[in-house]
Design a protein around this ligand. Structure first.
Ligand SMILES: *Cc1c(COP(=O)(O)O)cnc(C)c1O
Length: 836
């Protein structure tokens, strides 16, 4: 497969293969004993890394020239999260040398899958937002976009999840244990980052003491160094690469040497501890309290190191900062890097002596921002007092930005002081806080949501005031996923079938999938799709048995919900259906139409934020229900519920190609986009889902009749909320629902502790913030439609084919092309009117 998809001519590939082979032999010769899979992994990575490093240097040279000639801006994608997963399989496929490596391993008697699966996931993210950033790096390389991704080099991934007795236990994800396999340490690329201290005035008696025009200079109390580690992402259809530059904090000086001289070794070692704690962990986005200050330090550290890097590169290429905004885009992946405008202003004004207005114009030209959530509690704010102590100059600059911005607002709307209060960068309603989303919006020339509905709700709700002030700023760019990882790599069987049916071009031009639609009713295609799915399911069934001890039937319908565990994603609604089905199967073994029940395996996976009690209860309930159902022989194996621990990219690659049914059941209006929904449909799962996020656009592209849509739409949910929603009333009206809630609440699934889920159920009946009960009946009805269609394999497979055919628009390549034209191109600057 790879020899035909790689664009390299034969000579180049021969040279590359020889180089890899030579390198591999050299490394093998340095081994004392026979090779094992772990050593082989390291050698394979090193052999690839050499080639990647060469391509990286060539890419940088080409971009430096291009930067001067074309109006194409270099993109700097700032993100606290990059959920990269494993890299070896992707690198080998991109370089077109997988067959070579396979044969080397075979010669050495090493199992190929052992090598691939020996690699730890780089799990430097929570979920969708981080995985999106990873898919974008792949598209950057593929589309030859001059770019840098910037992140932090976390020592530990989020955490490793285990669920002994159904209770989530978090342990360290020590992914760098064997040393970074792919890291390229750039010892020469270091910047100094300050924290704390005070701001001094550099003016005396009204005259400039220095040539600095701000007259303000930050004197930090502490300093750490930021060192660059590059992770290189190859293109699959060219020799270009993209870069993930991850910052590592190092102490300003390795040890306190004066303390060493005194013999006070404990004191001598302390600076190191402080610096490196910056890189320890990624804080889960819904964690509360603890670690907040460290999180703010991390954000400031990421932003400062990345911008200093950008500035020095721009100066080296152009010799002046005046053109910075015209040649560079700085993109904020959510508000986590939203200190960027303040830091850029500081660097330009304080350190480079630029006038405020010029610096502000450049900042606004460069910065753009993607919003990922509408939930008010998820919008990031920082206490003014904390920012003052940690980043005093940044706070001053934010005040200055706010002063000018509010003056402008008051000039335009002189009689609306409430408006000024609402849009202020500072929330003064209680303890004063800096509103990071407000800063990001005010400092950006473009703000985008991640799916059509989300972008609309964004300007209708949380950003309504800003949309009134700057309507031209707001756009939509619907998310996408990379077909290289999520189809070619994850589903070789389906990839081969597509190659035979529509040619190989879909890897770089996913739109080509639409050619499959005309073949959807071909019985031979249906049969092949069915066989490939069955093989993927059998493989997953083996893994389920291995990891959980639960035996599942590969012929049953695999009904899958995998994503972070969160109340708005409604895994609990899924569980209510499982229990309802269980009770119905016992009450009526003949099934709704007298033909018996369709056998189902319900698979759930996902991590709960460590401080999120309700999410952890949902995980526990899934285990408790599973334990009862899976052991109930009256069901004859026709219903199983499995929770697979430690969800991450690699597990997703194993689960998604094996799914028949994709659960996308968030409360309408809460899921900004979703990208899991796209991966499933691309791999031939049918979707049961609410009219939410990008699922809407998927249903429109696929055809609504081939998606199991159910439940209230966003406006309907809004109406329920306004009318005074009464979940108890719904529970009383629906006997099946009532029985389900009663069983869980009484402890039928937790006989050892009957009250275990009482609070969970009481909350559903009393408040039900995410409208599970309002959508329950329609959800169960939609599940019956799923069963009915699955009972007709030919019709099911035709729908599968049409689903795949409709997914051409959901490639990350399309997404990035839209970012380029709407957000990052030099042209996109022309249409925005700067406000100040
Ligand atoms: C795609 C992906 C997600 C996002 O899933 P959603 O269903 O869109 O929330 C989260 N985690 C991993 C590992 C993924 O691959």
């Amino acid at each position: 497969m790879n020899d035909t998809t790689s664009p390299l001519d034969t000579d180049t590939r021969d040279a590359l293969q020889n180089a890899v082979l030579t390198r591999f032999k050299l490394l093998a010769a340095q081994q004392p004993g026979p090779l094992d899979a772990r050593a082989a992994l390291r050698m394979a990575a090193e052999a690839c890394r050499d080639e990647l490093a060469t391509r990286w240097a060539n890419t940088q040279k080409a971009d430096a020239v291009r930067g001067k000639l074309a109006p194409c801006r270099r993109v700097h994608y700032l993100s606290m999260e990059f959920l990269m997963g494993r890299a070896l399989g992707n690198a080998l496929a991109a370089l077109g040398i997988e067959p070579l490596l396979r044969s080397i391993m075979a010669e050495q008697g090493i199992e190929w899958t052992d090598v691939l699966e020996g690699e730890s996931d780089a799990a430097l993210g929570n979920g969708g937002l981080g995985r999106l950033a990873a898919c974008f790096l792949d598209a950057f390389a593929e589309l030859e976009l001059p770019s840098f991704g910037y992140g932090l080099r976390y020592r530990f991934g989020m955490f490793k999840q285990a669920t002994p007795d159904g209770v989530q236990v978090e342990t360290a994800d020590d992914w760098l244990r064997d040393g970074g396999l792919w890291d390229i340490e750039r010892t020469a690329i270091e910047y100094s980052i300050g924290f704390g201290g005070r701001v001094e005035s550099t003016r005396t008696s009204g005259r400039l003491e220095t040539d600095r025009s701000s007259g303000r200079q930050w004197v930090p109390a502490e300093r750490v160094r930021a060192r660059a580690f590059d992770f290189i992402v190859p293109a699959h259809h060219g020799a270009r690469v993209s870069t993930l530059r991850q910052w590592q904090a190092l102490p300003a000086q390795a040890v306190d040497f004066q303390a060493v001289v005194r013999g006070d070794y404990a004191a001598a070692a302390k600076p190191e501890w402080q610096a490196e704690s910056l890189n320890w962990v990624l804080y889960p986005d819904d964690s509360h309290g603890a670690g907040r200050e460290l999180r703010l330090r991390q954000e400031a550290f990421l932003v400062s190191a990345s911008l200093q890097d950008l500035l020095q590169r721009h100066l080296a290429e152009f010799g002046t900062l005046d053109s910075l905004g015209r040649h560079n885009a700085i993109h904020l992946n959510d508000t986590h890097p939203a200190l960027a405008p303040a830091e850029l202003m500081r660097l330009l004004v304080d350190d480079h002596g630029m006038k405020w207005d010029d610096a502000w114009r450049i900042t606004r030209e460069a910065v753009s921002y993607t919003n990922h959530t509408l939930m008010p509690e998820a919008l990031e704010t920082w206490p003014v007092a904390l920012m003052e102590s940690l980043l005093p100059r940044h706070l001053e600059i934010i005040y200055d930005i706010n002063y000018r911005f509010l003056a402008d607002v008051r000039a335009r709307f002189p009689d609306d002081e409430e408006l000024a209060k609402r849009v202020s960068l500072i929330d003064e309603s209680g303890v004063r806080h800096v509103r990071m989303a407000a800063l990001a919006v005010v400092a950006s020339h473009r703000v985008n949501g991640v799916a059509a509905l989300h972008s609309q709700l964004m300007v209708d709700t949380i950003f309504a005031d800003y949309a009134r002030l700057f309507p031209e700023r707001f756009h939509n760019v619907t998310n996408g996923v990379t077909p290289r990882r999520w189809l070619q790599q994850a589903n070789p069987g389906l990839s081969t079938l597509l190659d035979a049916r529509i040619g190989k071009d879909w890897r770089r031009n996913l739109d080509g999938l639409k050619a499959l639609r005309a073949q959807a009713d071909d019985p031979a295609l249906g049969q092949s799709l069915g066989l490939i799915k069955f093989a993927n399911k059998a493989r997953l069934a083996e893994r389920i048995l291995c990891e959980t001890g639960i035996r599942v039937d590969s012929r049953s319908l695999f009904d899958v919900q995998v994503k972070r565990i969160h109340e708005y994603k409604r895994q609990l609604l899924n569980l209510l259906h499982v229990v309802a089905r269980y009770q119905a199967m016992l009450a009526d073994p003949a099934g709704p139409d007298g033909k018996g029940w369709q056998a189902r395996t319900v698979i759930i996976a996902g991590k709960a934020a460590s401080a999120y009690h309700t999410a952890k209860q949902i995980i526990r309930l899934a285990h408790d229900i599973g334990r009862v159902i899976n052991a109930d022989e009256r069901l004859q194996g026709r219903l199983k519920l499995v929770f697979l621990p430690n969800y991450g990219v690699s597990l997703a690659e194993a689960i998604i190609p094996a799914a028949d049914l994709s659960e996308q059941i968030s409360t309408a209006g809460t899921e900004a986009s979703g990208t899991g929904n796209m991966k499933f449909a691309l791999n031939g799962a049918l979707t049961i889902g609410t009219w939410d996020g990008a699922t809407i656009e998927m249903a429109e592209a696929i055809g609504e009749s081939d998606v199991f849509v159910f439940g209230h739409r966003a406006d309907g949910i809004e109406k329920l909320r306004d009318l005074g929603y009464l979940p108890l009333w719904i529970a009383q009206q629906n006997p099946a629902l009532h029985a389900v809630l009663d069983a869980i609440g009484r402890g039928v699934f937790s006989p050892g502790e009957p009250t275990r889920y009482k609070a969970l159920i009481d909350d559903l009946i009393g408040r039900d913030r995410y409208f599970l009960l309002a959508d329950f009946a329609d959800y169960v009805a939609a599940q019956q439609r799923v069963d009915a269609l699955y009972a007709q394999p030919a019709r099911w497979q035709a729908a599968v084919a049409r689903n795949i055919a409709g997914m051409g628009g959901f490639s990350a390549d399309r997404t990035i092309r839209e970012y380029v034209t709407r957000v990052w191109s030099a042209d996109s600057l022309a249409s925005g009117t700067p406000h100040a």
